[in-house]
Design a protein around this ligand. Structure first.
Ligand SMILES: O=c1ccn([C@H]2C[C@H](O)[C@@H](CO)O2)c(=O)[nH]1
Ligand SMILES: [Zn+2]
Length: 133
């Protein structure tokens, strides 16, 4: 519970740095690396909307680019009525790095936990790529 609270706190702080002039929808995320380090992220939008990077991917890419190989838990938060859920692109990136535990929350502290296999069933993975004939 302690680590979950720390991750949500870190995600909440990172959310303040969201660059979202087009949607006005601020999101914060934090991911725990196997090393024990926490990497945070916010969403970063672009005038060519499709280049937008979500908070979750910002946090994961920060971890990878700092040398982190494996992760334990990812937390994400936004100012929504129900806990915010990661988009499909972020779920696929979480699958790439086997981030199995996801904590979704809102600003009021409402939480929901899920396993990646629940968020992304029948996922496309390395094993399927290797079945290429
Ligand atoms: O889980 C989510 C959902 C949305 N967004 C961002 C993308 C975009 O900047 C804005 C609206 O979709 O919120 C995230 O960062 N994470
Ligand atoms: Zn996303």
């Amino acid at each position: 519970m302690e680590i979950e609270n720390s991750l949500l706190e870190a995600a909440k702080k990172a959310r303040e740095y969201a660059y979202c002039p087009y949607s006005g929808f601020k999101v914060g995320a934090a991911v725990l690396g196997k090393s024990g380090r926490i990497y945070t992220g916010c969403n970063i939008e672009n005038v060519s909307y499709g280049l937008t990077n979500c908070a979750e991917r910002t946090a994961i890419f920060k971890g990878i680019s700092a040398g982190e190989k494996e992760f334990e838990i990812l937390a994400v938060t936004a100012d929504t009525k129900a806990p915010v859920a990661p988009c499909g692109a972020c779920r696929q990136v979480m699958a790439e790095f086997r981030i199995n535990r996801i904590i979704m929350s809102n600003m009021q502290g409402k939480r929901k936990q899920a396993l990646l296999e629940e968020l992304l069933p029948f996922s496309f993975d390395e094993e399927k790529l290797r079945q290429n004939k």
